[in-house]
Design a binder for this molecule. Sequence first.
Ligand SMILES: NC(=O)c1ccc[n+]([C@@H]2O[C@H](COP(=O)([O-])OP(=O)(O)OC[C@H]3O[C@@H](n4cnc5c(N)ncnc54)[C@H](O)[C@@H]3O)[C@@H](O)[C@H]2O)c1
Length: 257
Amino acid sequence: MYPVDLSSKKAIVFGVANERSIAWAICQILHQAGVRLAIAYQNERLRSRAEKLVQGMDATLLLECDVAQDEQIEAVFQKTGKEFGSLDYLVHSIAFAQREDLGGDFSQIGREGFQTALEISAYSLIPLVRHAATLMKKGGSVITMTFQASERVFPGYNIMGTAKAALENEVRQLAAEYGHRNIRVNAISAGPLETLAARGIHGFPDMRRIHAQKAPLQRNITHEEVAKTALYLCSDLSSGVTGAIIPVDAGYHIMAV
Ligand SMILES: NC(=O)c1ccc[n+]([C@@H]2O[C@H](COP(=O)([O-])OP(=O)(O)OC[C@H]3O[C@@H](n4cnc5c(N)ncnc54)[C@H](O)[C@@H]3O)[C@@H](O)[C@H]2O)c1
């Protein structure tokens, strides 16, 4: 347990698929800090796993939400507002692209694949922030998850690089819009972590190996290191930080070769 007390605070977290999800690591650290959690899982298929994960987490709210459905987003925030009254934190840890669009020639991406990747991985942050902000009566902190493919070409990421570039731009636009209400919006740019989403990335094991070789800290990062940064971004320790893309990547991003 880390010496950060966030008891009486409330968070909604999107993107828990299983015990390896980055969102789950964040849920655990926030729970330890005393935060009451609403956890949104994508669909019925993921419900029983989510239920198992939250066993023993008192007063946690479990909600279903496919971010492609506006009415589901609305319903989730209505229920959260009814149960919690207010919100302090929003965690957006969601990405999706069709498998065939994660690799191959970038020029071959079709209209539908582009729309899907951008809608789920980037657009979804906007309505989630809009709804969460109505419940953030005393300010708040929003965290989303990005990757360095927003700036550099990682062939296995393909369209997801475009989606992350859009997502990072949204972080700046939303931070500018909501700053006057003391709602901070930041992204964590994580190094490669073994998760369900990462399994769809072509050449992912090689990426992890190269990352560990080249990164100044000479290793891969852990889920817990991402979660600790999320804890910092939720806490008052980061009160002056908004619109930032914070790399948690063992320093990999500074290296040219
Ligand atoms: N794993 C990595 O190496 C890594 C590195 C940097 C950033 N990220 C980012 O972290 C975030 C979380 O990914 P993860 O690696 O924990 O994998 P994950 O598969 O555990 O999480 C992805 C989540 O997105 C959710 N999702 C997909 N489509 C959705 C939809 N229509 N509605 C609601 N939810 C939907 C899935 O249900 C899942 O919970 C993603 O944004 C990912 O790009 C991951």
